[in-house]
Design a protein around this ligand. Structure first.
Ligand SMILES: *[C@@H]1O[C@H](CO)[C@@H](O)[C@H](O)[C@H]1NC(C)=O
Ligand SMILES: *[C@@H]1O[C@H](CO)[C@@H](O)[C@H](O)[C@H]1NC(C)=O
Ligand SMILES: *[C@@H]1O[C@H](CO)[C@@H](O)[C@H](O)[C@H]1NC(C)=O
Ligand SMILES: *[C@@H]1O[C@H](CO)[C@@H](O)[C@H](O)[C@H]1NC(C)=O
Ligand SMILES: *[C@@H]1O[C@H](CO)[C@@H](O)[C@H](O)[C@H]1NC(C)=O
Ligand SMILES: *[C@@H]1O[C@H](CO)[C@@H](O)[C@H](O)[C@H]1NC(C)=O
Ligand SMILES: *[C@@H]1O[C@H](CO)[C@@H](O)[C@H](O)[C@H]1NC(C)=O
Length: 468
């Protein structure tokens, strides 16, 4: 047992070494691109790992071996032109994100550079032929993500801004829109308020969308909230994440391998919702479906599963330390905020009191209601308005938990959120007093938490308790 770390350490060195050997071998026998010796060595490496019998280490070793075998298979699928037909960007992204610590070393390996050059050729051809064959957003998004993964800026692809091309036509399909947004955010590009609202709208109506669409939307939003200016949107992610987690099926999966892989990525590191689903069952669902040769059907799906199982999902690319970004201060995400008002108000530098209304509704059919009118200095947070309302009227009594990014209101007027029954309090900011006969649409859900919502003259707030 004591020797186990040594064995693992040694075998990792051996693995790295065998890749160097393989590289030279490939270079000296240029007529044989598809090399089989590497597979043999990877297998030997896995055998070595499997000889260890420490039960506490076993799970991690087995998990990594599934990924290692998938990656080894992907390498065998490389074409003579160093690409992977339609899947070059996706496979390259998977290879670049793994192994974790050596991601950048990988990029320096000559083979990877040849594949990257092949990918650049593919992009140039795509741009060159776009009059004959229109560029589809998912295709371009894939290339943008792969460039970001390789520490290249897709906004400066040989003088061409691929992100601008990507965002030029907003995709109609929600999943394509979410994927394009993820690619733009990953490239640290300008994410418009309008875009974020559409994503929040999809997330807030998760039940009306396919699992893959919701998972992709959450991936995009989780990338967006990494920007310190949008951190407060974190609040809006919890409910859609829970809703997604609860769609897990008896077999541990989410319907199919693709959906399950995307969901694992979307919910990566979300430990606070662990009791809504079983992450290891989802992993087992995928692992038990690996082909004997290491593949998961095709390179496209295999790459997606590598993202999911290696704990290095697509959302991780933004965090790659490419030596360019010191921190998230240095980016191009829009500054003017979601915390600003949604519609035009008076003179911003005018210091005065403003009057707002604050309404509570209970139930989808509004079986209980209460409204209060309050005056407070401009720029007060809605959280302070809630406190003033509670002092003035006991019906507005509330309880909130404190999170690093602010308060999360879970109980109002004696009604506590019940995630198990999908009962939640949703906060809306409206241009007029809400009317139960014309209830507000989802896009009016406040885009930020109660602390960041600053009141303006003419605002009407509604907290609505309902089943999602
Ligand atoms: C990869 O798989 C996804 C999901 O099935 C599909 O939408 C996409 O078109 C595939 N990509 C390619 C290049 O085949
Ligand atoms: C989660 O799934 C795994 C494997 O399917 C199972 O062994 C475990 O008991 C499950 N955990 C819970 C809390 O249900
Ligand atoms: C806003 O108010 C300030 C001070 O009251 C005034 O100087 C400024 O001209 C006003 N701006 C507009 C656009 O009305
Ligand atoms: C409102 O608050 C913001 C940020 O806290 C500040 O920049 C702005 O000047 C304030 N406006 C007024 C009218 O106090
Ligand atoms: C704003 O309201 C407070 C009391 O709520 C009052 O003391 C203050 O004079 C008001 N300020 C203005 C400019 O009306
Ligand atoms: C709400 O009202 C509709 C019809 O007005 C009714 O069908 C539905 O059952 C009601 N829902 C609840 C939760 O009372
Ligand atoms: C609010 O509830 C009261 C009864 O408490 C009812 O008379 C009133 O019509 C309700 N108002 C709205 C807007 O639903």
């Amino acid at each position: 047992m004591v020797y186990l770390p040594l064995i693992v350490g040694f075998s990792l060195v051996a693995f790295g070494y065998s890749q160097d050997l393989e590289l030279q071998h490939t270079l000296t026998t240029s007529d044989n691109y598809k090399d089989t010796t590497e597979t043999v060595k990877v297998t030997a490496f896995l055998d070595l790992l499997q000889t260890s019998t420490n039960p506490s280490e076993k799970t991690t070793i087995e998990e990594s071996s599934v990924v290692e075998r998938a990656l080894a298979w992907l390498v065998t699928q490389r074409e003579a032109d160093w690409g992977w037909r339609n899947d070059t960007p996706k496979v390259l992204t998977a290879l670049q994100l793994w192994p974790r610590e050596e991601a950048h070393l990988m990029a320096e390996v000559l083979e990877m550079q040849l594949s990257l050059k092949q990918m650049e050729v593919e992009i140039v051809v795509l741009l060159w032929r776009h009059h004959e064959i229109p560029i589809t957003p998912p295709k371009l998004a894939q290339y943008c993500l792969a460039l970001s993964g390789a520490c290249q800026d897709p906004r400066q692809f040989h003088g061409h801004d691929l992100i601008a091309t990507l965002l030029h036509h907003e995709p109609v399909r929600d999943i394509e829109f979410a994927y394009a947004s993820l690619a733009a955010c990953t490239a640290r590009s300008h994410v418009r308020k309008k875009q974020i609202r559409r994503l929040l709208d999809i997330a807030n109506t998760a039940k009306d969308h396919n699992i893959d669409t919701v998972a992709m939307t959450i991936l995009a939003l989780r990338c967006i909230v990494k920007d310190h200016r949008h951190r407060n949107l974190q609040h809006s992610l919890r409910r859609p994440c829970i809703s997604l987690a609860r769609q897990q099926q008896q077999d541990g999966g989410f319907g199919n391998l693709y959906n399950t892989a995307l969901t694992l990525q979307a919910l990566q590191d979300m430990n606070e919702i662990n009791n809504h689903w079983n992450r290891s069952a989802a992993k087992s669902y995928i692992e038990s479906r690996q082909d004997p040769d290491g593949a998961f059907t095709d390179p496209n799906l295999t790459a997606e599963i590598v993202f999911a199982l290696s704990d290095r999902g697509l959302s991780h690319i933004r965090n790659l330390d490419c030596g360019k970004y010191d921190n998230d201060m240095d980016n191009h995400v829009e500054i003017d905020g979601l915390s600003k008002s949604l519609y035009p108000h008076g003179n911003d530098s005018d210091p005065r009191n403003v009057t707002v209304t604050y309404t509570l509704w209970v139930g989808a059919n509004v079986t209980e209601n209460a409204t209060v009118t309050l005056t407070a200095p401009r720029n007060t947070s809605f959280y302070h308005v809630m406190q003033a309302a509670m002092d003035a009227d006991p019906r507005f009594t509330f309880e909130a938990s404190e999170w690093p990014n602010g308060h999360y209101v879970h109980t109002l007027a004696g009604y506590k959120e019940e995630p198990m029954g999908y009962h939640y309090w949703l906060l809306y900011r409206l241009p007029e007093v809400p009317d139960p006969l014309a209830p507000p649409a989802n896009q009016l859900v406040a885009p930020v938490g109660v602390d960041d919502l600053l009141i303006e003259e003419g605002d009407h707030y509604l907290f609505w308790y309902k089943k999602l």
